[in-house]
Write a protein that binds this ligand. Sequence first.
Ligand SMILES: Cc1cc2nc3c(=O)[nH]c(=O)nc-3n(C[C@H](O)[C@H](O)[C@H](O)COP(=O)(O)OP(=O)(O)OC[C@H]3O[C@@H](n4cnc5c(N)ncnc54)[C@H](O)[C@@H]3O)c2cc1C
Length: 492
Amino acid sequence: MNFSIITPADAAYDEWNNRGVNQRWKGHPSGIIPITTADELKDALQYAVDNNKRVAVRGGGHCLENFVGDPAVEIVIDISRMKGIRYDEEMNAIEVAAGATLGEVIETLDHRWGVLLPAGQHPAIGTGGHISGGAFGFLHRHHGLAVDYLYAVEVLCVNNERQVEKVIATREETDSNRELWWAHTGGGTGNFGIVTRYWFRAAGVNERDPSLLLPKSPEVLETMEMEWDWEQVDEHVFKQLTENFGEWAKMHSSADTEAGSLFATLFLSNKVTGKIMLKAVLSDCPEEIAEEFAAAISAGLGITGRAIRKPMRWVEFALQPFPDIFVEQRVAFKVKDALLRAPYTPAQIGVIYRYLTEHNDVPGGSVGLAFFGGKMNAVAADATAFPQRDSILATACTSGWLDAADEAKSVAWTRNIYQELFAQTGGVPVPGEQAGGCLIAHPDADMADEQFNKSGVPWHVFYYQDNYERLQRVKGKWDPCGIFRHRLGVEA
Ligand SMILES: Cc1cc2nc3c(=O)[nH]c(=O)nc-3n(C[C@H](O)[C@H](O)[C@H](O)COP(=O)(O)OP(=O)(O)OC[C@H]3O[C@@H](n4cnc5c(N)ncnc54)[C@H](O)[C@@H]3O)c2cc1C
């Protein structure tokens, strides 16, 4: 064996086992195998398969659900030391090892070639588990999703004879493995095999120069932060502010919107936290759009908020974005998200107001709204496995807690507000006129539980819509023994 197994008897076990960001989930695998190369990874996976061990892979540790921390998982293969980012001449694409974090990708792409990958917002996220969920971030309105730049992927699959094989799948129409590439453009994580490398290059670009393969880093990046004192926010102001935010999204989310260079998130936290915050990112954004946005958000509020604009270098921002809300905390949390095709209605905003002002005992409860749309909506729903190309907003009901004694009430708060928000459709955002389903990057096992999803619509419709059958075929072909599974796994 060219790898070592850390068992519960080893002093290092707790540290390796505790790498998951969501402290709610901690598994008890009989072995953790840290690997540094793809060959070690192949052997480690073969070992798990040969010994009939339920296996899961961990990269950046940012899984929201217990896909890795499931008590049923017996072997965890940890790929966080499998690093490497380079220009691959043969592929004419930027190659990223699956153990690289987003921060490493951001820094390397910017420093070496002055380019970026429009991926997620937290620099510590691992690319291995992140990219195949679609990967949205601060710049998806300007440049699309990270998967829109995915040229190829290398995956360790387990064949019918239970042998691990290395497969490279590209987006080339002539590639017989193309469906496996497609499944990694939004088909979720831990479904088909273990990704060892991704290659990125914009579609239609063939110049043999790494500085031309991906979008240029913005010349001018500016943050805009607005803040309102909760003491001054009554129900009328709250509704107006949330409606203003939704209205802007509605008016500026087409694929060719001029406001694609403006992304914003409205962070509606519990009243006891003292303030409501809006964070915007302007990437080479025309000044008139920035001003129009600030005015539209403040319209009719009747109270004065604080607004600060700050120019920064892209890399400086992306490596430490908005530290006051995007702080990397090791807390336990529950997230229930939904995509919206139309803004929240006044009645739904009333529900949010009530949950944020009448539940002092869940101070970590919040509702976030973030702009979707723009360039990411320029792609057809079946061109990648990420189908939600017509949403204008992503929303998340979240609660976080430090003390395990607060778990039950915090989780209940999150489930209850979500249930009320989508009461018309069985307590869940059934894709339709207003809702657009859910993001597999933010998996929520409740969706597969009739106690919480009373819509009669199966969980996979929320995450994959019409793409699910195609994903099932990929699953049947590339994971015929069902080695890779979790609570929201694609089933053949
Ligand atoms: C604080 C926070 C912020 C986030 N922000 C964003 C965001 O801005 N945009 C966004 O799109 N998502 C975001 N996410 C979601 C994130 O993209 C997913 O949770 C992603 O799966 C994390 O990958 P990871 O490697 O860090 O996590 P891990 O917990 O290591 O893995 C997550 C899942 O991916 C699987 N996996 C990991 N590596 C591989 C691999 N090499 N091959 C196959 N499967 C693998 C794991 O088995 C597991 O099922 C955020 C999550 C958190 C906790």
